[in-house]
Ligand binder design. Structure first.
Ligand code: CTP
Length: 470
């Protein structure tokens, strides 16, 4: 009804109306409604019945349905990548959870999924064009950008990320991302070389600094034969988990808007192409902290050494092998608000690791390894004057004099807190599911009771949130 009315008015009036709507930050339809409401104040309110959007009326006409009150509404932008097919499942999963999904398809996305299939799954027609008069008069890009609780871009291609980082408004998707006052979540998907390219990493850092949240990308096989690495879009259920976290009330997300980098697991230092120096760290504690921080709403990058534990949900995981790779990955993840170093980094590596496998032959001498010290990642980051995170937390894995050694490490490494634990074999901490820690700060020492590693992670995240509040 309203769009018919707008379309029927003459061009000069339409132009005035468009200017007035833009000035007031409303869509054309909202502007008309406001004018009518003002008129109705004089003529009696019954007249409004004819102009207010009605779910039933719109559905009967096959038009888009207004999200019902109290139901979360997300705006999903699907960009042009092969992972777009997974977004159909994402829509289905969100609708199963009673989340209203409005969809915008970029031009390139329509090469991978059709408006018809998206519309059938979403239960309403997707939006495709910034200059589509029917949509602009009916809903309008400003309303699309604002009348949702969250904007999601899945898959987010390298091209779209570049445009978003640059503040482009060249089509409906980029215009919405620029005009929205809601949180934006990106699920990147691209070839690993494109993801690791400096330009993409620059855009990623820029978007993070602008407050955009990320889920994935994950490691794995690519659609292109023989290609593997970081670049796979997060699985639909991982994206749903990230969405639910962002939609949760702020009291349940005390670390919302904070960026955290966490190291976890052991490092492997090569001796030759098949042998390495390692330690018994399982990564369970560091991974649990990453999961707890993500659940508290933080944007988490987990730099993990080789482990057998699964990637925590909603966390960007960078897998590395050696201490030097770990430091480089941490550097790429900075700046961050908080850094937590839970990894058991090898203190030494083999100086000039052998290029070929060391062979044993009769009469040959037993090889001797010359070791050189690895960089201390915690100390390097904590002593930075530029880009030092606001809160730097280290761990102290000790087998004796736990508190004294922890205090020495706190001072020597220049960090703010040390989480100290006794890792003697009798404690079962290394590789086990439980931990007994003490939190050592410059203000004192807290002895935490024995508990699961998840419990330690939750308590640490709560303490971080408390410290940031103060
Ligand atoms: N750490 C690090 N880089 C290293 C060594 C340690 O980032 N090359 C960090 C660990 O992640 C942890 C803290 O420093 O947060 C303490 O690690 P720990 O293994 O307990 O102590 P070390 O520094 O290795 O000292 P030592 O082996 O003498 O106890």
């Amino acid at each position: 009804m309203a769009s018919l009315t707008v379309r029927q008015i003459d061009e000069a009036l339409k132009k005035k109306l468009r200017l007035r709507a833009a000035k007031n930050g409303r869509s054309m339809e909202d502007e008309v409604r406001t004018l009518l409401r003002e008129a109705a104040d004089e003529a009696g309110h019954a007249i409004l019945e004819n102009f207010e959007p009605s779910t039933k009326r719109s559905a009967a006409r096959g038009r888009n349905v207004e999200p019902a009150n109290g139901i979360a509404c997300v705006l999903l932008i699907i960009a042009g990548g092969i992972a777009a097919y997974k977004s159909l499942d994402l829509i289905r999963r969100l609708r199963e959870r009673d989340i209203h999904v409005r969809v915008v398809l970029t031009k390139a996305a329509q090469e991978f999924v059709t408006p018809l299939s998206v519309g059938a799954i979403a239960g309403e027609q997707p939006f495709t064009d910034l200059f589509n008069p029917a949509h602009e008069f009916d809903v309008g890009h400003i309303r699309l950008a604002r009348e949702c609780d969250l904007v999601i871009v899945a898959p987010a291609t390298a091209d779209l990320m570049a445009k978003l980082a640059g503040g482009h408004a060249s089509d409906l998707a980029t215009t919405i991302a620029l005009a929205t006052d809601k949180r934006v979540l990106l699920a990147p998907a691209m070839n690993p070389r494109m993801w690791s390219h400096r330009a993409t990493q620059r855009n990623f850092a820029q978007l993070q600094a602008d407050g955009v949240s990320f889920v994935g990308p994950n490691e794995g096989e690519m659609a292109e034969a023989g290609e593997a690495g970081t670049g796979r879009m997060a699985e639909p259920l991982e994206i749903v988990a990230a969405i639910e976290r962002l939609l949760a009330p702020s009291s349940e997300r005390p670390l919302a808007g904070k960026t955290i980098v966490i190291t976890s697991g052991p490092t492997h230092e090569p001796i030759d192409p098949v042998r390495y120096i390692a330690n018994r760290s399982s990564g369970k504690q560091g991974h649990a902290i990453a999961a707890a921080a993500a659940a508290a709403g933080a944007n988490v990058t987990l730099v993990s050494g080789p482990v057998n534990v699964p990637n925590p949900p909603g966390v960007r995981v960078v897998h590395v092998e050696s201490a030097r790779d770990m430091l480089a990955a941490v550097d790429r993840a900075l700046p961050a608000d908080i850094a937590i170093f839970a990894a058991a980094v090898a203190d030494w590596r083999v100086d000039n690791a052998y290029k070929e496998k060391i062979k044993k032959s009769p009469g040959a001498r037993t090889p001797s390894l010359s070791l050189t010290e690895n960089p201390d990642i915690l100390s390097t980051v904590a002593h930075r004057t530029k880009q030092r995170p606001q809160l730097v937390i280290g761990f102290a894995a000790e087998t004796q004099n736990v508190l004294a050694n922890a205090r020495t490490k706190l001072a020597a490494k220049g960090c703010d807190w040390i989480v100290a634990n006794d890792v003697s074999p009798s404690t079962g901490v290394m590789g086990g599911d439980r931990n007994t820690v003490m939190l050592v700060t410059r203000g004192g020492v807290e002895n935490w009771p024995p508990q699961s590693k998840d419990g330690v992670a939750a308590k640490l995240v709560a303490r971080i949130a408390e410290a940031l509040r103060q």
